[in-house]
Design a protein around this ligand. Structure first.
Ligand code: PEP
Ligand code: MN
Length: 337
């Protein structure tokens, strides 16, 4: 971090500021220039609050040299993190395939879809039990009953399960029942939830917020990791732009950017990004080509009658064909499915 002072030399106020910084165990180096003074600070600058520093009357400007996230930063952790979910890995050479319906609707529905996607190489089953819907009048999910059905599909297929959490009150239950806890786009900056999820030892699938920058996504990951839970999987699921042909705009550039900035695995959700079933294939291919570690895809056995997101759900046989196509792309970029 660099602090630029208004004065060209270290006055009494600046001395006090320097002492405060040193008292926090940080090293400082001072350059007195023609018209301004620059203080370089080395050490764990997360101890410093930039808004408080900027409020100091001696200070002209505060500049970050390094990103504000530390634990999620590749600079401090150069090797890729691989999250292991009962033997299914996310972040290694193998592309992780997560598939299943938007929502759990019945025992038959979830078990049938689970066994189909498993047959076609999916390693993890998705299914919403608690649904964050824009309208309070839309189907809100089967809630605890849905969770039970998801567990029975896990029992039948042996696939780990991922489902979305919406409230801190459900954490204990999810720790007990679920293999990966999903934090949806709408809760990416629910800091109370993130802090509580930092205290547990369960993989977290953190989806990018609807209008969140890459840095905000990484800061949310930092919230979880700051509590001691390093098992974070990031997910690009499209962001709000002025374009409304698609439900969201898939930010493919976020994948190489996040790979450069962070060691955490990053997967792509082409279903919620596009909002159109026919776009799932090209976007999935593109995601793997740019370096995604996996995909989370909505698959439904009867999209026309799905209770949620049928328009973006592909059928199991389409998932099968998609996986065949993806194997070629994965091979071309040195990955495997
Ligand atoms: C979901 O995965 O079911 C979901 C609601 O996604 P998002 O939070 O990305 O909108
Ligand atoms: Mn959905």
């Amino acid at each position: 971090m660099v602090i630029i002072l208004k004065s060209r030399n270290i006055n009494e106020g600046a001395k006090k500021l320097l002492q405060k910084i040193k008292d926090l165990g940080l090293e400082t180096s001072v350059i007195e220039g023609e018209s301004k003074t620059i203080i370089g600070i080395v050490g764990d600058t997360s101890k410093l609050d930039p808004s408080k520093l900027e409020a100091n009357k001696e200070v002209e400007k505060v500049m970050y040299i390094q990103e504000p996230y530390k634990k999620a930063n590749r600079f401090f952790h150069p090797e890729d993190t691989i999250v292991d979910i009962n033997g299914v890995k996310i972040g290694g050479k193998k592309i992780a395939l997560i598939a299943g319906p938007c929502s759990v609707e019945s025992k038959e529905q979830i078990e049938e879809i689970a066994s189909e996607v498993k047959l076609h190489s999916a390693g993890i089953l998705r299914g919403g039990a608690f649904k964050p819907r824009t309208s309070p009048y839309s189907f809100q999910g089967m809630e605890l009953e849905g969770l039970e059905l998801l567990k029975s599909a896990r029992e039948k297929t042996g696939m780990p399960i991922v489902t979305e959490i919406m409230s801190t009150s459900m954490i204990e239950k999810f720790v007990e029942d679920v293999d990966i806890i999903q934090v949806g786009a709408r809760n990416m900056q629910n800091f109370d939830l993130l802090k509580e999820l930092g205290k547990i030892d369960k993989p977290i699938l953190l989806k990018r917020g609807l209008s969140a920058t890459i840095e905000e996504l990484l800061m949310s990951a930092e919230y979880i990791m700051a509590g001691g839970n390093n098992n974070v999987i990031l997910c690009e699921r499209g962001i709000r732009t002025y374009e409304n042909y698609t439900r969201n705009t898939l930010d493919l550039s976020a994948i190489p950017a996040i790979k450069k900035l962070s060691h955490l695995p990053i997967i792509v959700d082409p279903s919620h990004a596009a909002g159109k079933a026919w776009m799932v294939e090209p976007l999935s291919k593109a995601a793997i080509a740019v370096g995604a570690d996996g995909l989370i895809i909505e698959v439904h056995n009867d999209p026309a009658n799905a209770l949620c997101d049928g328009q973006q759900s592909i059928k199991p046989e389409e998932f099968k064909n998609l996986v065949e196509e993806l194997k070629i792309i994965a091979n071309a970029v040195g990955r495997e499915i």
